[in-house]
Design a binder for this molecule. Structure first.
Ligand code: ATP
Ligand code: MG
Ligand code: FE
Length: 356
């Protein structure tokens, strides 16, 4: 089956066509992503109203480009998938309503997709990972450890009690005067930095529960930056490197516990896998730390290509294709309303209407 996917939940306008074969194998036929970074840079963050307007202006062309790149027309497509939440509601409206119009015009099924399910299932498209697996979702709005038992079957084992990891990167960048978007710029600055210069905390380290906390780390960064202001480029590099080291150590501690729990839950799993997803999964230090951790625990470590870690529509098309293949579409998709909040573990029940 071929699915056209649309993603507009934040500041990327994206469309993609993905093929899913009956044996479960996936192929990306096209993947067009237009980033709005330039539109928001002057404001130091994503401005919802500007984002929604930019989606309106770009989406038709992006969809046309995705179809053209795949050498297909709407008639060749089996379904239209779009992110229906969670995210900025203005953007969600643009994407979902466009998908409804396309689906109605072409008489194809509409698949409203949870953005987090898109992140969660990407590794099946790119690496063919089998269920069950442990997911570490680290993005701009979420930081979660999730047991992925199947399409639509998610069990949240841990979550952040304050900031998301991507948010911590972005706020740190802002605090030390690195440009938007913060995450990638902290990673670049950290390359020339001394990771031992600042002793930042490792929040919740050693605690039994599988949750995360990053706000204390942010406060420590603020205090360190204030104490040595004005910051030189070397100071910025040292803070970035020390911050990133604290993140890698913290993830090692938190995820290590989850791997142990996964082993206890599935003692017979031949090759247990940890999958990382979300924008922060693009970070090479994070990937390196998780690679070591998995090697120690005898887990297979799966990280999608960097291009598919950040927001894209291939993951949305794929999640739609996986649902369609299993006969799991929502009951009355044309009446599905965008949801600014939509937890992943509320996935299994197909819900209709506008409830959050
Ligand atoms: P969510 O998926 O939770 O709804 P989102 O869609 O905004 O949020 P993503 O696009 O998946 O999030 O990820 C964006 C986040 O990833 C931003 O916080 C960004 O700073 C962070 N990020 C991107 N690249 C890197 C990197 N190389 N290092 C660290 N963080 C990064
Ligand atoms: Mg983005
Ligand atoms: Fe995302």
């Amino acid at each position: 089956i071929r699915v056209l996917g649309i993603e507009t939940s934040c500041d990327e306008t994206a469309a993609s066509v993905v093929l899913r074969e009956d044996n479960g194998q996936g192929t990306i036929l096209s993947n067009v992503v237009l980033s709005q970074i330039a539109d928001h840079a002057a404001f130091g963050g994503v401005v919802p109203e500007i984002a929604a307007r930019a989606h309106v202006e770009a989406l038709d062309d992006i969809v046309a480009a995705a179809l053209e790149e795949a050498n297909l027309t709407l008639t060749d497509i089996d379904a239209v998938a779009a992110t229906a939440g969670p995210g900025l509601v203005g953007g969600l409206i643009v994407g979902l309503m466009t998908a409804k119009a396309l689906a109605a015009a072409a008489n194809k099924p509409l698949l409203p997709v949870n953005h987090l399910e898109g992140h969660a299932l990407t590794a099946r498209l790119t690496n063919g990972v089998a269920f069950p697996y442990l997911l570490l979702l680290v993005s701009g709005g979420h930081t979660q450890l999730v047991l992925v038992k199947g399409v639509g079957h998610y069990e949240r084992w841990g979550t952040t009690i304050d900031d998301a990891l991507g948010e911590a990167f972005d706020k740190t960048a802002k605090l030390i005067g690195l440009p938007f978007p913060g995450g990638p710029n902290v990673e670049i600055a950290a390359r020339d930095g001394d990771e031992t210069r600042f002793a930042f905390p490792r929040p919740l380290k050693g605690e039994k529960r599988l949750d995360f906390s990053f706000s204390g780390l942010k406060t420590a960064v603020r205090q360190a930056a204030t104490a040595i202001a004005p910051l030189s480029p070397q100071d910025r590099a040292d803070i970035s490197a020390s911050f990133q080291r604290a993140i890698v150590d913290t993830l090692d501690d938190r995820v290590s516990r989850a791997l142990t729990r996964f082993r206890e839950t599935f003692p017979d799993a031949a090759e247990p896998a940890l999958v990382v997803a979300g924008g922060v999964a693009a970070n090479q230090a994070v990937r390196g730390g998780l690679t070591n951790l998995c090697a120690r625990h005898g887990f297979r470590f799966v990280a999608p290509p960097v291009k598919l870690c950040g927001d894209n529509a291939a993951m949305i098309a794929w999640a739609g294709a996986e649902r369609l293949a299993l006969g799991l579409p929502h009951e009355d998709p044309m009446r599905f309303a965008p949801r600014s909040r939509w937890p992943l573990d509320a996935q299994s029940a197909p819900v209709v209407g506008s409830g959050r």
